[in-house]
Design a protein around this ligand. Structure first.
Ligand code: ADP
Ligand code: MG
Length: 279
């Protein structure tokens, strides 16, 4: 894909192939997609990263997770995907404890993968296909459905033309799309992004946010996005969670009083740059 040219046409055309998380919305909000109950995480050395965190994420939500550096955002996301076990409290994914089965419905894009040295001889297509491993019955062989899903995910991210490229050669923005396609290839009902656009240029960022909005609005995929840019979060997210070890806010974006909440959570006044109206 040429950086700088919107590729949303291919994103739209892929919609007809599959209606993915749409069922999500149809099922209503009877059962939260994620539930944290009085979660505490203490790392070795008595570092209390999170305490008394209780929250629910409803199906179809677009949740913006904010908080200063070291606030526990990555820890919170790691708890949801079972990479970090709470030292107290509990987590439920789709109404059940986190398990290999519930994680099959989750696509997770960890923090800044593009800052690592990807000295790994994989093409874009192979990387995306690896997202099918948890669903594949006969890995290392992939079947026709796996290949169809990989092609569809590439289309949805507008990177079909990069499929044969080595992931070492890509820009930060392109790599971010590859990892998003890899997270999407298993038809997740929940997508989680941990500060996905650090190191990505401004234009590629705004295109990436449009794709996230599309995945949430049109495919109904519940989305959790941790992001530094509070102006973007308040524009994209339907609900906001603000943490700094404990919860400072958990509610609808329209009820988020940035001035008072952020100065309490960050310990100093924060100026929010507005990027547009709330959706
Ligand atoms: P954020 O993503 O908001 O920047 P993190 O969840 O990465 O915050 O970190 C929260 C706190 O936990 C910080 O004080 C950090 O230093 C600490 N921390 C994170 N991971 C570990 C770890 N594996 N071992 C010890 N301390 C950690
Ligand atoms: Mg983090």
């Amino acid at each position: 894909m040429k950086e700088g040219k919107p590729e949303m046409e291919s994103v739209k055309s892929a919609e007809s192939i599959h209606d993915g998380g749409r069922q999500n919305l149809a099922q209503g909000s009877a059962q939260p997609v994620v539930e944290l109950h009085d979660v505490q995480v203490t790392y070795p050395g008595d570092i209390v990263a999170l305490e008394h965190i209780s929250l629910k994420v409803q199906a179809g939500d677009f949740l913006g997770l904010i908080g200063p550096n070291g606030a526990g955002k990555s820890t919170l996301l790691s708890v949801i995907v079972g990479l970090v076990k709470p030292t107290a409290g509990y987590v439920k994914l789709f109404g059940a404890p986190v398990s290999a089965e519930s994680l099959r419905k989750v696509g997770f894009v960890p923090q800044t993968p593009h800052t690592k040295d990807w000295n790994f001889p994989a093409t874009v297509y192979e990387t995306v296909l690896l997202g099918r491993v948890p669903l594949s019955n006969h890995f290392p062989w992939f079947d026709a459905e796996d290949h169809a899903k990989a092609a569809q995910a590439l289309e949805r991210l507008g990177i079909g033309d990069l499929r044969r490229r080595s992931i070492n050669e890509l820009s930060g923005g392109q790599l971010q799309r590859v990892f998003t396609a890899k997270a999407l290839v298993g038809d997740p009902q929940l997508l989680i992004f941990d500060e996905p656009t650090s190191g990505v240029d401004a234009h590629a960022k705004s295109e990436f946010y449009s794709i996230l909005e599309h995945l949430n609005k049109d495919l109904g995929i519940t989305t959790i996005l941790s992001l530094h840019d509070i102006g973007v979060v308040t524009r994209l997210a339907k609900t906001i969670v603000c943490v700094n070890r404990t919860l400072y806010f958990d509610g609808k974006t329209k009820d988020f009083d940035a001035g008072s909440i952020l100065s309490r959570a960050y310990g100093y006044p924060i100026e929010v740059v507005e990027h547009g109206e709330h959706p």
